[in-house]
Design a binder for this molecule. Structure first.
Ligand SMILES: NC(=O)c1ccc[n+]([C@@H]2O[C@H](COP(=O)([O-])OP(=O)(O)OC[C@H]3O[C@@H](n4cnc5c(N)ncnc54)[C@H](O)[C@@H]3O)[C@@H](O)[C@H]2O)c1
Length: 387
């Protein structure tokens, strides 16, 4: 055998061995992932048998303790509101149909004597006794509310009528979670509450935008006719832990893409602006509004404005990695500018957002990192299911 052919035989052996080694390592890694997943599942099962420990709640006497209903309380914003009101010592009742909400978001309170979770669709009437209603039930992100536009309209119209009717019967104060989307694609900037909006009534976002506009109209019709105590919060874009990973909104999209090393997708040129508030600021704003005696709509949002391109860069910097920013075609009716005028909230509620963007985003990235890890483990457990 010549020297050249001997070397090529050795090379082939070497490559064959290293290929086999890599395959072996891959298999061991997969097996280890499956074992870790199984162990985590067993730990969770064992933990569920240990009597649950709850966060310490404030003791309130019967004069101060309220019975508070939160519709949509198993969702992103609702679950944070639940946490704050529970810690304050109130009785909290969550009503949710789990369309976008999850039991996991409120599992920390399940079994607590001050907490109740009711599986119910608010399109149907509800009869309970409460002092306050935070009416948050409604899908909030475009992919969710566009999935069943008719149901979105029903939830915001019939559902709101049911909640207003309940508030009237039991003489409760009701707060409606409205949205900055009532301003549509605004031709005024920043948006103050006196602006009537610029909404396309038959566009893809109309089921939500017009649904919320009718919800506001219903609220003031009830207030006038039935002499009720109402509050209307026009909520601007909010982010934080427990937001939906795949809700198609800017923050979740960008964080998820950056964490997975994928391209960060910017729709259009990226010069559209958004202002994002951290969820704890929103919760403080909602409670301040409920406890105030102010009845007209109030913008609750963070006025610090960034372009979508800036957001992409900030998130990329926090996450690290090599994701590139990619521009794709703009979507229909995408608002170009969004920034709340919060003069009213400052004046009447003495409220303004406190959490800086980098701190809020870091907490959100940490949450997404944990969720992604869990999701991946579930994903890698597929071979178990197929075996
Ligand atoms: N998150 C934001 O940036 C934002 C911005 C503006 C307005 N809002 C408003 O705040 C509220 C909460 O939004 P979110 O981000 O927590 O959304 P989310 O989707 O996480 O929560 C909504 C909750 O409502 C429940 N729900 C939906 N339809 C229901 C029905 N028919 N009956 C009972 N429960 C139902 C869902 O299961 C979910 O738990 C919504 O009304 C939304 O319009 C949110």
């Amino acid at each position: 055998m010549t020297l050249t052919s001997q070397t090529s035989v050795e090379n082939r052996k070497f490559y064959k061995n290293s290929y086999e080694n890599t395959q072996l390592l891959k298999k061991e890694l997969d097996d280890a992932s499956v074992r870790v997943f199984e162990l985590e599942r067993k730990i969770r099962m064992l933990e569920s048998r240990v009597p649950k420990k709850y966060a310490e709640v404030t003791f309130l006497n019967y004069l101060k303790k309220k019975r508070i209903l939160i519709t949509g309380g198993a969702g992103f914003v609702g679950s944070h509101l639940v946490d704050t009101l529970m810690l304050q010592g109130h009785d909290v009742i969550v009503v949710d149909n789990f369309f976008t909400g999850r039991k996991r978001n409120v599992e920390q309170w399940i079994g607590h004597e001050n907490f109740e979770l009711i599986h119910h669709d608010i399109v149907n009437p509800l009869f309970i006794e409460v002092d306050q209603i935070y009416h948050l039930a409604s899908p909030a992100s475009p992919p969710h509310y566009m999935q069943n536009p008719v149901k979105t309209i029903k939830t915001n119209t019939l559902g709101t009528i049911n909640m207003l009717g309940l508030a009237r019967r039991v003489n409760a104060t009701i707060l409606i979670a409205s949205t900055s989307e009532v301003y549509g694609n605004p031709d005024k900037h920043p948006q103050s509450e006196s602006y009537w909006g610029h909404v396309n009534p038959i566009g893809p976002r109309a089921c939500y935008d017009e649904g919320k506009r009718v919800a506001e109209t219903l609220t003031y019709a009830y207030a006038k006719q039935e002499h009720m105590q109402v509050r209307v919060a026009r909520i601007f874009n909010t982010y934080g832990p427990r937001m939906h990973m795949n809700d198609g909104r800017v923050v979740s999209n960008f964080i998820l893409q950056a964490l997975q090393g994928h391209g960060i997708t910017v729709y259009g040129a990226g010069n559209q602006t958004r202002s994002f508030q951290y969820v704890s600021d929103l919760v403080d704003g909602l409670i301040s509004l409920m406890e105030s005696n102010y009845t007209l709509p109030v913008n609750i949002g963070n006025p610090v404005e960034h372009t979508i391109n800036e957001f992409a860069t900030i998130i990329k910097d926090i996450v690290g990695g090599n994701s590139e920013i990619k521009h794709v075609a703009e979507v229909e009716d995408d608002p170009q500018r969004r920034k709340p005028d919060i003069t009213r909230a400052k004046l009447y509620l003495k409220w303004e957002p406190k959490i800086p963007l980098d701190i809020g985003l870091q907490k959100t990235v940490d949450y997404f990192t944990k969720e992604l890890k869990l999701f991946k483990l579930v994903y890698s457990s597929n071979p178990l299911g197929n075996s």
